[in-house]
Design a protein around this ligand. Structure first.
Ligand SMILES: N[C@@H](CCC(=O)N[C@@H](CS)C(=O)NCC(=O)O)C(=O)O
Length: 219
């Protein structure tokens, strides 16, 4: 199978990036990483829009056929490479895992987008300030909820193997720094993420993306 991942450093594409490294380690199935420079607007070019009309990363191209949306990509990888153990196998546990992943993707992640790209959601300075303030507070609450879940991680979200949840949890805590949230204010979450960063599939993806955890510059 030919797999190509369109990704951008530090973006949510880190989640399938880590999953693909885990698949590679467990099964030998390789993938080709394709860097997309979001700051240069490469995601809005006609060539890229032909692959993903949403103009976003990630995209996983499977034997020439593009697939977008993290949850769908992870479902595909898990079903195609069950030996990698990306998600729990038992149907009820698998559904719960997808529920958590979907929530990170459709609720926590867009809340951060309101902090990071406030201009997409409001026009006047006053409206922008309000959108940002509310989104920051909500994002903090969501990180606290994730911290509660990470307390059960032993050593990772679902036990011995790295899960997409571990990669999303890292990404969201890292984005928290940009939202004015000091990772040290979430000590349980931070200790768990520091553990996750040592896992070989995560460490390899971090090295390729050249990103660090701490983005916090003050509240
Ligand atoms: N729901 C989408 C979210 C994708 C997304 O928000 N991607 C962001 C990076 S984290 C992006 O490519 N942004 C570039 C842009 O919108 O211009 C998914 O699961 O793939």
């Amino acid at each position: 199978m030919k797999l190509e991942l369109y990704f951008a450093p530090g973006a949510c594409s880190f989640v399938p990036h880590v999953a693909l490294e885990a698949v590679k380690a467990a099964t030998g199935q390789d993938f080709e990483p394709k860097l997309v420079k979001l700051h240069k607007g490469e995601q809005k070019t006609p060539e890229y829009l032909a692959i993903n009309p949403n103009g976003q990363v990630p995209v996983l191209v499977v034997d020439g056929k593009p697939l977008n949306q993290i949850v769908a990509i992870l479902d595909f990888l898990d079903r195609s490479f069950p030996g990698a153990g990306l998600l729990p196998a038992e149907p009820g546990a698998r559904a719960q895992a997808l529920s958590q992943l979907a929530w990170m993707n459709n609720t926590v992640h867009p809340t951060f987008t309101r902090v990071f790209r406030t201009g997409d959601f409001a026009e006047s300075d006053a409206a922008k300030a309000e959108v940002k303030k509310i989104a920051q507070a909500r994002f903090r609450e969501y990180l606290e909820r994730i911290q509660g879940w990470t307390a059960k991680a032993n050593p990772y979200w679902f036990g011995a193997g790295i899960a997409p949840h571990d990669a999303y949890a890292f990404t969201l805590l890292r984005w928290g720094g940009y939202a004015g949230i000091d990772p040290k204010a979430l000590p349980g979450y931070l200790a768990y993420v520091e553990r996750v960063m040592q896992a070989p599939p995560v460490a390899t993806a971090l090295e390729r993306e050249r990103v660090k955890l701490d983005t916090y510059k003050g509240a």
